[in-house]
Write a protein that binds this ligand. Structure first.
Ligand SMILES: C[S@@+](CC[C@H](N)C(=O)[O-])C[C@H]1O[C@@H](n2cnc3c(N)ncnc32)[C@H](O)[C@@H]1O
Length: 265
């Protein structure tokens, strides 16, 4: 992981060079629409309040749980006995990003949604409530964390989530064998280059030209930056949108040219 200072410098560079939120200078109608309809949509939906109250409860929970360590995120907390509030503070995507993912799902209406890395299921809940007709398949390795997520889905009465518990290296291939099309994938698990590229390749075999893949923490480390470079330059990717903390890739064939955007968010 880069130091805080390096990330801050990179963030400033990103902010100074990225397209602004008004879409000035963005010629692609698809990207202009993405900015104006999704990035700039700050409307609070009815489900947001309940999901955020679950986040607040987790952030106040000082109980310890045993956690199997799968991700590169373990550089923050080393022991396997961890406090729930600390995991919630370091692992969950901030609401600004979860709510953006809600907007994207609510707008494009993907049917089969994948999330690699459930944690306590906060972003999962956003994805699921954004399209009640979709099924969200979320993957988590740590047994206790998965149990807490499942309990949260139950308390919120969210029924379109299927949690697959176990190491991605086993659960993902098993899932992909049974399921053909993936319309939307949020890859937020093991933040290392090789596993990230591996998940990308695996998910790609089930993608179609309308699929949307979102990668978390693309500038978190040199490894993740190299993974992001390879992903966005993959021959099947026709558009990438870099928002610094997350990156989107699209596979639509009707764009006039391959485009890589960096946009302030
Ligand atoms: C950053 S958290 C996910 C946060 C969640 N997507 C959100 O936005 O609230 C990453 C999770 O992925 C899990 N994980 C990482 N590598 C894994 C692996 N190889 N197999 C299964 N789970 C893994 C970790 O246990 C952790 O709970």
């Amino acid at each position: 992981m880069y130091s805080h200072l390096t990330i801050a410098k990179k963030y400033i560079r990103y902010w100074l060079t990225a397209s602004n939120k008004k879409g000035h200078g963005v010629h692609s109608p698809f990207v202009f629409n993405f900015i104006t309809q999704l990035l700039n949509n700050k409307k609070q939906q009815p489900s947001f309040h309940s999901i955020e109250s679950h986040r607040s409860i987790l952030l106040k929970n000082k109980s310890f749980i045993e956690v199997e360590d799968f991700g590169a995120g373990s550089s923050i907390i080393k022991t396997n006995t961890r406090r729930i509030d600390k995991i919630a503070a370091s692992s969950l995507k901030p609401k600004k990003f979860s709510q953006l993912l809600y907007n994207v799902v609510s707008y494009y209406k993907p049917n089969t949604i994948i999330e690699l890395g459930t944690s306590f299921g906060i972003t999962t809940s956003y994805l699921a409530t954004a399209n009640a007709n979709a099924v969200v398949h979320t993957f988590e390795g740590a047994t206790k964390i998965a149990e807490i997520a499942q309990h949260n889905f139950h308390l919120q009465k969210i029924e379109n989530i299927q949690l697959h518990q176990g190491d991605f290296s086993q659960t993902l291939p098993a899932f992909l064998k049974q399921n053909q099309a993936i319309d939307f994938a949020f890859i937020d698990g093991n933040h290392k280059k090789k596993p990230t590229l591996d998940y990308f390749e695996k998910l790609l075999s089930s993608a179609n030209e309308n699929s949307i893949f979102v990668f978390d923490d693309i500038h978190w480390s040199a490894e993740m930056e190299r993974a992001w470079e390879e992903i966005k330059n993959h021959p099947s990717v026709t558009l990438s949108i870099d928002l610094f903390f997350i990156g989107f890739v699209f596979f639509k064939k009707d764009f006039k040219a391959i485009q890589h955007y960096c946009i302030q968010f």
